[in-house]
Write a protein that binds this ligand. Structure first.
Ligand code: SAM
Length: 215
């Protein structure tokens, strides 16, 4: 695993116990993406970058799919384990890089990934999804686009007196190119502290132009 990926894994692991408190946008994206999965879907679903397992828990209760969660961060997987403790369905969790899962070719009926591939080289991530998805399988992916949370960015720009460093640097770097992905990782690592001083909102901001593809 590259140094950069180890750094991403370490940072997410460190933030794992508080991730759900600040991830309301990701939760909203996940809910919308899950709604697109046919309720009567059968077979194996693989959640790439499963994080703390919120989507896996919903899918376990709403569908009859066999579930596999993959994440690079051991700490996030530990939270998933806790979350799934009372879920009767067995969910397989693997600490792996989603660009190179080590899974067999064409083993998935559904590949699902919410708010994770912006941390990866998109070319490698999609190549891996293509490899593990069986012919005729379905891909459900959501990620951040250039306009995602633009109202939030505008709000920060309009309120410089708030003093805290804008967290927008993190998201604005996620423009989809691999070079920018690396830049965004560095931004996030270096601006990690500013997340903790972000004001909490009582209801999540509306997500504009969510870049959500169902292929
Ligand atoms: C923003 S969180 C999203 C988590 C979850 N999907 C959700 O909707 O809340 C991104 C997740 O992707 C994981 N991740 C980042 N790069 C990864 C990689 N190369 N392989 C696997 N997981 C990765 C992180 O550890 C983190 O758990």
């Amino acid at each position: 695993m590259t140094l950069e990926k180890k750094q991403i894994a370490r940072q997410f692991s460190r933030a794992a116990t508080t991730y759900d408190d600040v991830a309301s946008v990701q939760a909203l994206m996940a809910t919308r993406l899950i709604e697109k999965i046919p309720i009567d879907a059968r077979g194996t679903l693989i959640d790439l970058g499963c994080g703390t397992g919120a989507a896996l828990k919903s899918l376990a209760s709403q569908t009859r799919l066999e579930l596999i969660g993959i994440d690079v961060a051991a700490g996030m997987l530990a939270q998933t384990r806790l979350r799934l403790e009372r879920v009767s369905k067995k969910v397989v969790l693997l600490e792996r890089d989603l660009e190179n899962t080590g899974l067999e070719n064409e083993c998935a009926d559904i590949v699902f990934s919410n708010a994770a591939i912006q941390w990866c080289q998109s070319r490698l991530a999609f190549a891996e999804m293509n490899r593990i998805l069986r012919p005729g399988g379905q891909l459900f992916v959501s990620t951040f686009g250039p306009q995602t949370l633009c109202e939030w960015r505008q709000a920060w720009q309009a309120a410089p007196w708030m003093g805290a460093k804008s967290p927008w640097g993190v998201c604005s770097a996620h423009r989809g190119s691999d070079e920018q992905s690396s830049a965004s990782t560095r931004d996030w690592v270096s601006s990690r502290r500013s997340w903790s001083v972000c004001p909490r909102w009582t209801s999540p901001p509306r997500v504009p132009s969510l870049s959500e593809a169902v292929v």
